[in-house]
Ligand binder design. Sequence first.
Ligand SMILES: [Zn+2]
Ligand SMILES: [Zn+2]
Ligand SMILES: [Zn+2]
Length: 72
Amino acid sequence: MCEHELIGDYWRGCQHFHGRYYSGERVDCCSPTCKTSAAHTHLPTIGCRCPTIATNRNKVQSIFQMKHEDCK
Ligand SMILES: [Zn+2]
Ligand SMILES: [Zn+2]
Ligand SMILES: [Zn+2]
């Protein structure tokens, strides 16, 4: 499963990481059965059922002591 870098902040008040945007950085898992991978290949006769799910790699930019808006 590929990883997509998610930039956000860690909010100590609610103890969550809240993402803001994707940096575009991607770690490819190089699996032919992963739809988001560059290595994803199939014979044209085989329908693709590969999952598109990619995992987030959280990158903390700032740390806030309060709660995030969504968690108040
Ligand atoms: Zn992948
Ligand atoms: Zn929160
Ligand atoms: Zn596929």
